[in-house]
Every structure is written in structure tokens, then in C-alpha cells.
Design a protein around this ligand. Structure first.
Ligand SMILES: Nc1ncnc2c1ncn2[C@@H]1O[C@H](COP(=O)(O)OP(=O)(O)OP(=O)(O)O)[C@@H](O)[C@H]1O
Length: 528
């Protein structure tokens, strides 16, 4: 582990040198600060180096190369000089642009300690050190004053205290980013759609991609949460590293810990060799925790511990212990989590830890359900159909006829509420393409395909175990909703026809129920 000091050469440093070094060895420095100032003592740089030891010292200077060299010689310790030019040493933006590439070029290993010296230079230079040291380049910071050295504790964390506020700023802040379609944003090309809702989601996701902070993606099942997670990873600086996905709901509680953190040989029966977990597999890249809302409380506590970076480290440093191991491991992993659960309700019910939610949701991305972006349905359906045609042709050979979507089918698809979102749309198109005769998919083909999905749900509703959270009334309502939807579907969105199918005497009863039970279905205008 190396200690690497990075500091500006400040005017007080030069004044201290001019006052104490022989005139001959400080000619260029004296051209800048004259005879110097004995009050400056030995100056901030020398003071720090007298008290602390470093393996490398990097000095940034916008003074003449000759003066910088004289100063470096006087200072001793063979510092590396970085000559820069600033037009205005109190211009924050210019300082930031100057400092960043230098920090980027520093050859650092993961456990090296970066140290910023805040005292030399202008207040703007100190401010930039603080901002960078608390965010992109986690660093220890020192100040020197009157010959004394103090380690500077700055009790805030930009990534948890400041960024969330900025990133959660209302739409006003995001509007300028929400103008491009996914096709126009690098990394997001596999996402189809051009509705305002999808453009806003892409703008926000793109913004999130740039910052190396955890992202929580919320949305109903099938809205594209995993697709967005992959796009954020691709658009981030980790894009050429791995993204590892773990579905927290699909893995048994016992196995999940080992899947996430790995295990050592002999940790449990069947653990016949060491095995890396997802955190370690994703080191340097991204870990996608799907269905994170389904983790139990014990697992949440373990996740929280892993997601709390050690003091002074960046937000992506994870410390965890493989099952059965005696030592912790540290990795650099960006977490993207997703859930279709209402986490606020889960927190209120005591099923989800609020501290874990805050850790995961430095940036939150809410994906709209498909029914709220009916403008996208045509485009998504057409794009899915291209893939479906090519797959089915491969399987069925010449007997398969490429399918297309007629205008009335599009109208039908735009009215249907797609409770299973894009996944349901995709499944319906696959099924309809396999079953339909001829070339064009007709509304009945899609209707027949989607009718399969809700009925499966109603079967589940009949088999739900009694006791526990079971409340008969709420299940009856679900069943009622299912039949209302089915009737509307079979009646092509015509309320009068659907009311007849349900055995209602008049359409007003159905209209009132659709509203009361919040059944979303675009009604066809009909002459009654
Ligand atoms: N905007 C979109 N454009 C193209 N394909 C999409 C879009 N949104 C979703 N899909 C496709 O729909 C399917 C479901 O998406 P995905 O798995 O990302 O959803 P999800 O929200 O993660 O679902 P779940 O919560 O059930 O895990 C995938 O095949 C995905 O490629």
C-alpha cells in the first residue's frame, strides 16, 4: 500500500522558500515573490512533509517551470512536478478540468491511499480537492496551519448526502435530458420506444450511468428493469467489464448468501471447493440484484453491511465475508437493484429495512407500465415481431409465413392494458404468430393469446392458501377485475357488448365498476 500525496504549490510555499533559501538557488522563485516572507515559516508543503511520510509526492504548479524546479529541489523528497496553466486560479471549472486528468493518470493500486493537501493554493483549489476527495477520488485530506498539521475530517458524504438530493430534483432538472429516444443514446439502443415517458426514463438512466452510485429501478413486472440495468452498465465507465445478475427471489434463502458472497471449502455440506460469489465475480463491474424486495430481513442485514463502504472509500467499495471464511474481502462493484414491490409499503410493514433502501436508492428510476405509454406499443410490437419471425422461420422452415400487424390489431393492442407489460406483449406475439394462419395478425389472434395469461392468474387465485394474509374480499375483487377485463377484451372495448357478456342489464353498471375497481381499458367509442 502506497501513500500518494497530491498538492498544489502555493504562493505561501514560494514566499517561505524565498525567505529561507540562498538567493542563488531561488532566482526564479524570487522573480515571483521577491525576498519572500519570513512570517511564512517553512510553508505548508514542507510542514506537511516534516510530519507525514509519503511514498510519492505530486506537485501541481502553474508557476514557471524554473521556479517550480527550484522549489522542488528546496523541498527535497524528489516530488513529481505537473506543470499546468491556469488563466484564473479561482475558477472552479478550470481547476477541476486541470486536476482530473492528472488524477486519472496517477498509477494507483486499489489499496493505495490518496492524500490531498488543502492548504497550498487558492480557496477554489481547496474546494475542488474536497469535492473530488469526497466523491470520485476518495482521499485523506490534510491542512497545515502555523507549523502544525491536522487531518481534515469533512463530515459529509457527497454520494449519500448531496447527490441523492440533486438527482432526485424534480423533472425541471431532467427535462433537458429527456429529449432523446433510446436509439440516440449510446448504450440504450436495445430499448425500443419514443414516448415522453420512455425518453424521460432514458434521460434519467443515462445521467445515473455517469455517476458511480447505486441505482434502484422500480416498475411492474416486464417493464424492462433488467434491460435498463444492462443499458446503465453499458453506458457507464464499467461498460467493458462484467455485469452479473442475481435474482434474489429465484434462489432459496439458504443458497442466496453463498451465491452473493461465495463460500470456502467445507463451509457447509456439499461445499467441496472454494467458490466465488456474485460480488467477487462482478469486481470492477456491475452487480444487478433483481427482485431485491424479496430478500428476507437476515439477508437484508448482510447486504447492508456489504453495501456500506469503509470510511473514506467510494460508494462502490463492498466489504463482505464469504460463507465459512475468516477474513473479509473488498471489491469494487456498482450495484443496480430492481424490484416490482412497493418498498415504502414493505418498510411500513416492517418487511424491508429503510436503511438498505436508502443505500440502494441513491438514484431511483421508475419505469412506467406499458399501458401508460401506448405510443410505444406499435414500435415495440413491430421490433419484437422481427425477432419472432426470424426465430419461427428457423424452426418451421418454409412452412412459416412471416407475420405482420394490421392497423386494427394495433388499435386493439393499444386498448389492451398489458398487465404483464412488454413480457406479456412479447409472449402474446409469439403465441399469436405460431397459431395464426396467413400473414397478418388479426385482433382475435392477439385476444386469444392474451386470454391465456389472465386465466392462469385466476387459477392461482383459486388455489391461494387460506390463513396468513388471506382476505377473501380482496381476492373476490381480483377475480371480478379479471372477468371485467376479459369481457372488455372479448367485446373489443365496447362497453355495451361487454356488459351483455357479463349478464348486466345496462352498460352503466359496468362503466361504474370499471371505474371503481380501477380496471384500465381504453373504451371504444360506440353509438348506443
Ligand atoms: N422498451 C423495451 N424495448 C424492447 N424490449 C423491451 C422493452 N422493455 C422490455 N423489453 C423486453 O421485455 C422483456 C421483459 O423485460 P425485463 O426482463 O427487462 O423486465 P423486468 O421489469 O426486469 O421484469 P421482471 O420484474 O419480471 O424481472 C425482455 O425480453 C425485454 O427485452
Amino acid at each position: 500500500m502506497k501513500r500518494i500525496l497530491v498538492s498544489w504549490i502555493g504562493r505561501t510555499d514560494l514566499k517561505a522558500m524565498a525567505a529561507s533559501a540562498p538567493a542563488q538557488k531561488s532566482k526564479s522563485v524570487r522573480k515571483i515573490v521577491g525576498e519572500g516572507d519570513a512570517q511564512a515559516g517553512i510553508g505548508p508543503a514542507k510542514t506537511l512533509l516534516d510530519h507525514e511520510s509519503f511514498d510519492e509526492v505530486h506537485l501541481l504548479s502553474d508557476y514557471s517551470p524554473a521556479a517550480s524546479k527550484e522549489f522542488a529541489t528546496w523541498l527535497g523528497c524528489k516530488p513529481v512536478l505537473h506543470a499546468v496553466e491556469l488563466t484564473n486560479p479561482s475558477h472552479h471549472g478550470e481547476i477541476l478540468d486541470t486536476v482530473r486528468p492528472i488524477l486519472e493518470r496517477l498509477q494507483r493500486k486499489k489499496d493505495d491511499e490518496l492524500v490531498f493537501h488543502l492548504s497550498p493554493g487558492t480557496p477554489a483549489m481547496a474546494a475542488i480537492w474536497i469535492l473530488l476527495g469526497k466523491s470520485q477520488y476518495p482521499a485523506t485530506m490534510y491542512q497545515t496551519y502555523n507549523g502544525a498539521v491536522s487531518k481534515t475530517e469533512i463530515p459529509f458524504d457527497i454520494t449519500t448526502d448531496v447527490l441523492p438530493g440533486l438527482l432526485r430534483e424534480p423533472d425541471r432538472y431532467w427535462q433537458h435530458l429527456a429529449t432523446r429516444t433510446p436509439q440516440e443514446v449510446s448504450g440504450f439502443e436495445s430499448i425500443v420506444g419514443e414516448s415522453e415517458a420512455i425518453k424521460a426514463a432514458v434521460g434519467r438512466a443515462q445521467r445515473a450511468a455517469i455517476h458511480d452510485v447505486p441505482v434502484l429501478i422500480l416498475g411492474e413486472s416486464g417493464t424492462g428493469k433488467e434491460l435498463f440495468a444492462e443499458a446503465i452498465h453499458k453506458a457507464s465507465h464499467r461498460g467493458n467489464q462484467k455485469i452479473v445478475s442475481i435474482n434474489c427471489a429465484a434462489i432459496s434463502r439458504e443458497l442466496l448468501e453463498s451465491e452473493l458472497f461465495g463460500h470456502v471449502k467445507g463451509a457447509f455440506t456439499g461445499a467441496d471447493k472454494d467458490r466465488k460469489g456474485a460480488f467477487e465475480e462482478a469486481d470492477g463491474g456491475t452487480l444487478f440484484l433483481d427482485e431485491v424486495g424479496d430478500c428476507d430481513l437476515a439477508m437484508q442485514a448482510k447486504l447492508l453491511r456489504a453495501l456500506q463502504p469503509p470510511p473514506g472509500e467510494g460508494p462502490c467499495q463492498s466489504v463482505f465475508r464469504p460463507v465459512g471464511a475468516t477474513k473479509d474481502r473488498v471489491v469494487d462493484v456498482r450495484i443496480i437493484a430492481a424490484t416490482n414491490k412497493d418498498l415504502s409499503a414493505a418498510i411500513t410493514a416492517g418487511e424491508f429495512r429503510d436503511d438498505l433502501m436508502y443505500r440502494l436508492s441513491i438514484v431511483t428510476l421508475k419505469l412506467p407500465p406499458l399501458r401508460q405509454r401506448s405510443k410505444d406499443i406499435t414500435q415495440i410490437a413491430k421490433s419484437l415481431l422481427v425477432g419472432i419471425n426470424s426465430r419461427l422461420k428457423k424452426q418451421g422452415g418454409t412452412s412459416y409465413q412471416d407475420k405482420s400487424i394490421s392497423a386494427d390489431t394495433i388499435q386493439f393492442m393499444q386498448r389492451y392494458p398489458w398487465p404483464g407489460n412488454v413480457r406479456e406483449l412479447s409472449n402474446a406475439l409469439v403465441q399469436a404468430s405460431m397459431m395464426a394462419d396467413g400473414k397478418a395478425l388479426k385482433p382475435q389472434d392477439i385476444a386469444a393469446a392474451v386470454a391465456e395469461f389472465p386465466s392462469a392468474k385466476s387459477d392461482d387465485a383459486m388455489n391461494i392458501p387460506l390463513g396468513g394474509d388471506f382476505v377473501l374480499e380482496s381476492h373476490l375483487i381480483d377475480i371480478q377485475r379479471h372477468f371485467l377485463r376479459r369481457a372488455m377484451l372479448e367485446a373489443d372495448g365496447k362497453v355495451t357488448k361487454a356488459a351483455k357478456l357479463l349478464g348486466y342489464k345496462n352498460y352503466q353498471t359496468l362503466s361504474a365498476q370499471l371505474e371503481r375497481l380501477d380496471v384500465e381499458f381504453e373504451k371504444e367509442t360506440e353509438s348506443k
